[in-house]
Design a protein around this ligand. Structure first.
Ligand code: FMN
Ligand code: SF4
Length: 692
């Protein structure tokens, strides 16, 4: 297959100051959670993207000084020369494939609470960066920078730029985004200075101007100098000499950087979840930048469709198609378009599990791409697979996220695979969940896998094929994989969070009942202590059906865990807009079919609410009956020539979709890691990386 000429424009080289990018695919700065402590893991993660066709591959934020210490969140550093080697591993890995390497030099200002270095945080005017996000919340207020501090900052940036150059980077950033120090100087709310750095917009821009100048002096004509800037808040402020302060800032700095990298201000709008924002959602904020500068512009917006990318270029919005999440979900996105295989792009679903891994303080994880972060540690390449070690045929029972991922990976390895599912459609939990408000894009998890499976000759698919133990024995596959998912329970918990048994009375439902088509009679109470997306999404769906809905949770927020995925503020807004009453810090103590009794989790004070139907979104248990039935018949298994029966995904340990996909992938990579025709799966060794 060859490239569709419609997409040729995406593969034009573009000059960025003294360097030239081979095409318009630009992996913008995004943290990997790997830090300098995992240099091989990080280099392989970035190198694979260059191999996959990204013309520019950047680091995430790299701290330039111990006064920018983000702990306990993971962050990279370039504090002194000893940090250079770890970064050089990455630039080598990126250059090996002809891409440019960029580094985002970063100072967090009042956002970095310096929990490890214990240096008083720096800020323009001593204004704290207020945050209800646990990762950023703290009690230490920043100090106001004096003229000496500003000089120090400029020196740290210049030193960082010189080290970056020695590490082999081609593009060096000044980062004025997302609450960090130079951004704080741009905003009058944080910058209340009366010196040359405060007051008028020209003064507030001065620090960024000087950072650009010292960076340029440091790198000379060896590297390009890029400016990454958040424009959302500034665009909302009317300008004195232009439409908005964003227009004024861009106008004042127009030709100073070699590249403009423009983005939003807060993680929920910048890294917007697909439940609440479509592809290209940044355009209304950043659309003017290209008209204000002759320098190339890169922007983001969860771009996965080549037609949307071409439109951004042709309409003069962007010069480079920036990608963070799309490059994680499919490192080979550019090469697939180049080869005319754009239908094979594994599109990001916008779930933001990648962001949650940064909040968790671990290397990046991705729902769609189970190899992300595992390239070096597990030797998992996203597009290359070890050939089969035997002619064994495999049967996968269950075609949800785990089963489909397992099948795709086994089939790409070359094994003969059969997938059966009792339901008429493959997809498992996705079949119900993607019909809930905002969750349609998540259907890409099943769509991408099914698309590939249907194109492969060594795959047999049997939807609507319920199998029992006798059926499986009769089919005589060498290896049987049980991916039968999990079921929701009606389990309640005590105030000490001890399980108290199931509330098995009429008019109590679980998500499984709703998936079967039950529409509960109102008023409905949705009781959520799963705390991820589902309880909130179900409440929204029921509200759409004109049910009076109360959303009740033991947590302090609706869909409380979604603060990890940037969705929480948007979930709350959506529930309020839909008229759903939100009651937090409550647990259920009684339900009589007419009223539910809820108790405050701390005081125990009880209140009764009208309730005809109670939907419990709580704990799940594996659907393991089939697995147990097979394991109870060892002699029959042997007679049928079945060497292994293995559970994967929710059937083993219920989790989010990301866990299921990873579990399915791991089985397919590792089931034969031991003997050629495995009689027992051999766990792969845990390979460790160390700081250089
Ligand atoms: C896991 C993750 C980490 C990120 N870390 C950074 C960072 O270190 N510096 C930065 O400027 N932006 C960071 N971002 C924001 C992205 O660069 C980008 O602006 C945002 O994800 C929107 O682009 P996308 O829709 O292509 O993902 C991060 C995004 C993700 C998903
Ligand atoms: S985790 Fe979700 S949002 Fe992040 S890259 Fe993967 S699919 Fe996209």
């Amino acid at each position: 297959m060859s490239r569709n000429p419609r997409f040729d424009v995406l593969f034009e080289p573009v000059r960025i100051g003294p360097v030239t990018a081979p095409n318009r695919f630009y992996q913008v700065p995004h943290a990997s959670g790997m830090t300098n402590a995992l240099p091989q893991v990080r280099a392989a993660f970035r190198g694979v993207k260059a191999e996959g066709g990204w013309g520019v591959v950047c680091t995430g934020a790299v701290s330039i000084h111990p006064s920018s210490d983000d702990s306990p969140l993971p962050f990279a550093s370039l504090w002194d020369d000893r940090d250079i080697r770890a970064h050089a591993l990455m630039t080598d890995a990126v250059h090996e494939h002809g891409a440019l390497a960029g580094i985002e030099l970063w100072h967090g200002g009042a956002c970095s609470l310096n929990r490890t270095s214990r240096i008083a945080p720096l800020s323009p005017s001593g204004m704290p960066w207020m945050s209800t996000h646990l990762g950023f919340m703290g009690n230490l207020r920043p100090r106001a920078m004096d003229a000496g501090d500003i000089k120090d900052l400029l020196r740290w940036q210049a030193d960082g730029a010189k080290r970056a150059m020695r590490a082999g980077f081609d593009i060096v950033y000044v980062y004025a985004g997302m609450g960090y120090l130079p951004y704080e100087f741009l905003l009058p709310e944080y910058n209340q200075r009366s010196d040359a750095y405060g007051g008028s917009i020209a003064n507030r821009v001065r620090l960024v101007r000087e950072l650009l100048a010292v960076t340029r002096d440091a790198v000379g004509d060896r590297c390009a100098v890029a400016l990454r800037i958040s424009l959302e808040e500034l665009r909302g402020k009317p300008g004195t000499n232009a439409e908005s302060e964003a227009h004024e800032v861009v106008g004042l700095l127009a030709e100073l950087p070699d590249l403009w990298d423009v983005k939003m201000d807060s993680s929920p709008t910048d890294c917007a979840p697909s439940r609440f924002a479509a592809e290209g959602s940044h355009e209304p904020i950043i659309d003017f930048v290209k008209r204000s500068t002759n320098r190339p512009v890169v922007g983001v917006g969860r771009f996965t469709s080549p037609d949307v990318m071409v439109s951004q270029i042709k309409r003069g919005i962007l010069d480079f198609i920036g990608g963070a999440r799309p490059s994680i979900a499919d490192p080979f996105l550019p090469n697939k378009i180049n080869a005319g295989r754009e239908h094979e792009i594994r599109e990001c679903i916008g779930c933001n599990i990648c962001i949650s891994s940064w909040h968790d303080g671990v290397p990046v994880r991705c729902t769609q791409n189970p190899t992300a972060g595992e390239e070096w540690r597990s030797g998992w390449h996203p597009e290359r697979f070890a050939p089969p070690k035997s002619a064994a045929a495999l049967l996968i029972v269950g075609g949800g996220p785990a089963g489909l991922e397992c099948a795709v990976t086994l089939a790409r390895r070359g094994y003969a695979v059969t997938v059966a599912d009792a339901a008429p459609e493959f997809g498992g939990r996705l079949n119900f969940e993607t019909r809930l408000p905002g969750l349609r894009t998540w259907g890409r998890v099943a769509d991408w896998r099914l698309g590939l499976l249907r194109s492969l000759p060594n795959v047999s698919l049997y939807p609507g094929g319920a199998l029992d133990a006798d059926d499986i024995l009769a089919l005589e596959h060498r290896h049987v994989v049980i991916a039968t998912g999990a079921r929701w329970t009606k389990m309640l918990f005590s105030s000490l969070e001890f399980p108290m048994g199931e509330l098995d009375v009429p008019q109590v439902y679980t998500p499984d009942d709703l998936a079967l088509g039950v529409l509960p009679e109102g008023p409905v109470v949705v009781f959520d202590f799963d705390n991820y997306y589902l309880g909130g999404a179900i409440a929204l769906r029921l509200a759409e059906h004109s049910r009076a809905v109360t959303y009740l949770t033991t947590a302090g927020n609706a869909s409380a865990w979604t603060f990890m995925t940037n969705e929480l503020p948007l979930v709350h807004r959506a529930l309020c807009k839909a008229g759903v009453a939100i009651r937090t810090l409550q647990r259920i103590t009684r339900f009589d079919g007419e009223t539910v009794t809820a108790a405050d989790v701390y005081s125990g004070e009880e209140r009764r609410l009208p309730c005809r139907s109670l939907v419990i979104v709580g704990m799940r248990k594996p659907r393991a009956e089939l697995y147990r039935a097979l394991m109870a018949r060892p002699t029959d298994l042997e007679t049928a020539g079945i060497a292994t029966v293995t559970r994967i995904g929710d059937a083993l340990a219920p989790g989010a979709i990301v866990h299921a996909v990873h579990s399915g992938h791991r089985y397919a990579r590792e089931f034969d890691a031991g003997e050629a025709d495995a009689t027992a799966p051999a766990p792969a060794p845990y390979i460790r990386d160390f700081p250089l």
